[in-house]
Design a protein around this ligand. Structure first.
Ligand code: ISJ
Length: 264
């Protein structure tokens, strides 16, 4: 049985639509924070997981299993930098502990656009962003979605900032298999779950909205207009640009070749 892990945020509901049933007899599915999924894949506690793309670029796992991904082609809504000071004055930055990709992305954008290299501190899941001693806070996933309660001078949507800066989509997370795992049977299953999820965005939005304090219209808009669930040539290009720049800034040690599972 394969041990499979997926992100526990709303953004992943369309990717795991009916997935447990499809996996019957082949694997089990657990949901967790993106950063923990990457650590569990790296230490062998998971066989396949939806991990932050930067962790794959850093060397975690062996193969990209599917073209089902979490990406965006403009504003993403759920990845935001909230700054109490003008962006150019950020000295201390708190980073959502669930994140790896966006944690590197925000440092990359601050370095390239403002020549800024702030001190970073972790923002634990249970910590209220209002209470943290930092000039700015990076939030991802469900907790980034409600309107912020504090007073902020500037708010960045990192999907939007990246796409405007690079001219390419951004890939936040990908299904990755660890070394030695035959993930081929999974490739079709993950793509089929995504395809069915994408066909049912309206009903997923209706099911999930209330418990997250969102309207089903807003959530439907998030799934259809903000998120993008397929790794195509433009997304690959965006990933290459991110890899290149992250490596130049020392956020990853060296660029790796992308390996795709043959059935994907
Ligand atoms: C768009 C998002 O993509 C995510 C961002 C990730 C990261 O920053 O490491 C990892 C997985 C995705 O859940 C989000 O969480 O809002």
């Amino acid at each position: 049985m394969l041990r499979i892990g997926a992100v526990s945020y709303l953004n992943t509901r369309p990717l795991v639509y009916g997935l447990r049933e499809r996996l019957e007899g082949l694997g089990s599915l657990t949901l967790d924070l993106p950063s923990r999924l990457a650590d569990d894949l790296a230490n062998g506690d998971l066989d396949v997981a939806l991990i932050p793309s930067i962790e794959y670029l850093r060397g975690t796992g062996a193969q990209i299993v599917s073209d089902a991904v979490i990406a965006c082609r403009g504003p993403v809504w759920s990845v935001r930098l909230l700054s109490r000071v003008p962006i150019a004055n950020i000295r201390r930055l708190a980073l959502d502990e669930g994140s790896r990709t966006s944690a590197a992305l925000v440092r990359l954008l601050l370095a390239d656009q403002y020549d800024l290299h702030p001190e970073t501190i972790p923002l634990p899941m249970e910590t209220d962003p209002e209470s943290v001693d930092a000039d700015a806070v990076l939030l991802i996933g469900d907790r980034a979605m409600p309107p912020p309660t504090g007073v902020y001078q500037e708010i960045w949507d990192l999907g939007d900032r990246w796409c405007q800066w690079s001219g390419h989509p951004f890939v936040f997370a990908m299904w990755i298999a660890r070394e030695g795992i035959d993930a081929q049977p999974l490739a079709k299953i993950l793509a089929a779950a995504r395809d069915e999820g994408v066909q049912n965005l309206e009903s997923i939005a209706q099911q999930e909205a209330g418990s997250h304090g969102l309207t089903s219209n807003d959530l439907h808009h998030y799934f259809t207009d903000n998120l993008h669930f397929r790794l195509g040539p433009q997304e690959r290009q965006g990933l290459h640009i991110y890899q290149q720049r992250a490596s130049e800034l020392g956020l990853i040690s060296q660029a790796r070749e992308f390996h795709f599972c043959s059935a994907s």
